[in-house]
Design a protein around this ligand. Structure first.
Ligand SMILES: *Cc1c(COP(=O)(O)O)cnc(C)c1O
Length: 376
């Protein structure tokens, strides 16, 4: 079978501009139908070569810290928002110079920086913890018991709201509209009395809006209802949904071994180039590949590091793999480049952009210096 990208040196990420734009068109429809604003959560996808395109559809970026905020402001512009579990004193002035909305995780942080925020004229908000879990990925659940993320109703201080213009919650992960609707109802039940005092409400990320089958009508009616009822501007800040299914990680088989089954050693690593495969765990689809036993030839795919657990997963193929065979992992734009690392001296995959006209442009290549300059 002829796989795409056969001329590229591997490993490499290839982001497909047409697939990215397909997502952006869907998100823009939500903006147009509701009047809400949508920001790119850079934590999922920070390929700033694509920021001019993304910025032509969305309203700006959100960040979890100073560096992301600066990247968003410099490379995309539009609105720049930030939420951090705690801000550093030596960064707050620069953050206030860059960001339009600054969201605090506690009343102690708000009290600490209130005078500076008010003097800057920027909009201050608070992150809520509605304590309503709608998913069971514990490490991605900010509502899990003992969570440090967001203010619970018990800790909410209506007496300290003077100067606060917005409220924020982020509790979803790869979810449809129904869990959002459910969460909004809990937020209204717990924090309802204060919602109409606000200028804006931020529904966070985790909305899988661009996934086929996502109930966009339910999202639109939820956003519109909240905006009308409380007189607020609603913000959504998806990360995944912006670049969902818009990128690939292309790799090559280096060797094939046998130990209670066939094993292919690739030139790409789960630990270094797709850490979510081990952390989440996440199983990337492979172009032309299937689950174990689905196709004629089964393989366990592993990386070239010395970590025993550097295993991507068990897959099957129509043809046997041999050194030089290409393996193309799908949905590899998000939570990949932003998380990769040079553990064990692994090089980082090059980054390519497949343009709308079909041409493929090298955006960035990495080498020994990138590995060395992170060490000392
Ligand atoms: C991670 C995160 C997002 C984006 O989440 P996705 O699951 O990528 O859509 C948005 N807002 C906050 C506060 C986040 O932590």
């Amino acid at each position: 079978m002829e796989l795409p990208f056969s001329s590229l040196q591997t490993p490499c990420y290839v982001v497909d501009e047409a697939l990215l734009e397909r997502n952006l068109v869907i998100l823009k429809q939500v903006i147009d139908r509701t009047g809400c604003k949508i920001l790119l959560a850079q934590k999922a996808f920070s390929m700033f070569a694509c920021y001019p395109l993304i910025g032509s559809y969305l309203n700006g970026t959100t960040a979890s810290g100073l560096f992301e905020a600066r990247l968003g402001k410099e490379e995309m512009g539009g609105e720049t928002h930030i939420f951090s579990p705690a801000y550093r004193e030596d960064e707050i002035d620069e953050i206030l110079s860059l960001c339009d909305h600054v969201i605090f995780n506690s009343f102690s942080q708000w009290e600490k920086y209130k005078a500076k925020v008010l003097a800057s004229g920027k909009s201050a908000g608070l992150r809520l913890n509605p304590e309503h879990s709608t998913q069971d990925h514990a490490i991605y659940d900010p509502c899990s018991p003992g969570s440090r993320l967001g203010i619970t109703l018990k800790k909410f201080r209506p007496d300290l709201l003077d100067g606060i213009e917005g409220l924020h919650f982020h509790t979803l992960c790869e979810q449809d509209a129904a869990p959002l609707v459910e969460t909004v109802a809990v937020v209204e039940e717990k924090f309802g009395p204060w919602l109409s005092q606000m200028k804006w409400l931020n529904f966070g990320g985790g909305h899988h809006i661009t996934r086929p089958g996502y109930d966009i009508d339910a999202l639109v009616s939820c956003v519109s209802r909240v905006q009308e009822r409380y007189g607020v501007q609603v913000y959504l800040e998806p990360g995944e949904a912006v670049a969902l299914n818009a990128g690939f990680l292309v790799s090559t088989v280096l060797d094939v071994l046998e130990n209670s089954g066939n094993i292919a050693v690739l030139d790409t690593s789960a630990a270094c180039h797709m850490p979510d495969v081990l952390e989440m765990p996440y199983r990337p689809p492979i172009a032309g590949g299937g689950g174990l036993g689905e196709k004629a030839y089964d393989y366990r795919l592993g990386g070239p590091t010395c970590l025993a657990g550097d295993v991507i997963g068990d897959y099957s193929f129509d043809e046997p793999l041999s050194p030089g065979s290409r393996v193309v992992f799908c949905d590899m734009a998000i939570y990949s480049m932003v998380k990769n690392n040079t553990f064990n001296g692994m090089n980082l995959p090059a980054i390519y952009l497949k343009k709308q006209d079909g041409s493929i442009q090298l955006v960035r290549k990495f080498g020994y210096e990138d590995f060395k300059t992170r060490l000392s």
